[in-house]
Design a protein around this ligand. Sequence first.
Ligand SMILES: O=C(O)C(=O)Cc1ccccc1
Length: 390
Amino acid sequence: MASFAAARTAPTHRPSLITEGTRRSFQNPSRVSFGWRSDAFARASNEAGSGVHGNDGNNNAGSLELNRIANESSPILSSKDSPILPRPLTASDLSSSVDRSRYRVAYQGLPGAYSEAAAAKAYPNCEAVPCELFETAFDAVERWIVDRAVLPIENSLGGSIHRNYDLLLRHSLHIVGEVKYALRHCLLANHGIKIDELKRVLSHPQALAHCENTLTKLGVVREAVDNTAIAAQFVAINQLHDTGAVASSLAAEIYGLNILAQDIQDDPDNVTRFLMLAREPIIPGINRPFKTSIVFSLEEGPGMLFKALAVFSMRDINLTKIESRPQRRKPMRTLDEGSNGAAKYFDYLFYVDFEASMASQNAQNALGHLEEFATFLRVLGSYPMDMTQT
Ligand SMILES: O=C(O)C(=O)Cc1ccccc1
């Protein structure tokens, strides 16, 4: 019974998991509307300048903070005189920068998950809030239960996490930052279990794929679960003898597991890019490198994608990512339904990241140009690039 003693004595406060059943309903304070059209970018950047701090340079981030301040009881009239009057805002409330360490940041999984570590990298000392599902993390932001959600989007070994691209489109949250985090996978098991006793290994599908060579050599059955920390907790709680987990060394510590092998990924350069999501977009700046993420669709036709990408190349804007996903609502078109062997094709959504801020005229011109022939275009966010070492 070595395993859970360590979990109980873990030093940090661990918030409880948000599940579908524990959602609270919050009244949505009035939203600052900020349309993602070129004229709005120009206006916003003129109004706000470019005061950007941290990974999420969010000048709007104060809105939740200001609502909280405004709802505190008044220091001018005693609570006996007026228990409901809010304290008026002072100049120092407005000038003090937002304390991002007080953010509540939702992530999918359990303590010890990589997403929790990414949240801490983006917002040091934040309160990371575990959620059962990615959907729950998105909902928690939309319902004002938390300030931010963190979402893994692509990995240097495993490629894109496609489901999460789809989620970005289904919800209306804005990308306000990115963080790159190096994953260091460990093989974990209960204390006293030897590596050759393992018949099965549990983990997130991406983590299992990262460790393909190691797991093949071990000859174990791989089983996918939603999250690496969930895998570690399952092995510990059930005191499994023939099953291990691929997870972080922090997960080993939290769930009281033994680390049988460290750095078991096939390639030492195993970096995951996470996105930070918020209810409001940040005001894009030009004082540091920014990236912009968009999604668009095109009419079918020869050279359409070429034409779309040319709007960036002709303005010398570097693309860092392109991903295509079939459109869910109209996934396939048949050109000639009457004839045999008719050509069939998919309607696609294209997700593109490019290195420019929406505050720059160049980027606004490129999107204005793309808008002329795209059948759909949405800016998912314009946010500071993560320039840190992983
Ligand atoms: O499972 C985790 O710990 C996560 O945070 C999700 C994940 C898994 C693998 C790569 C990146 C993110």
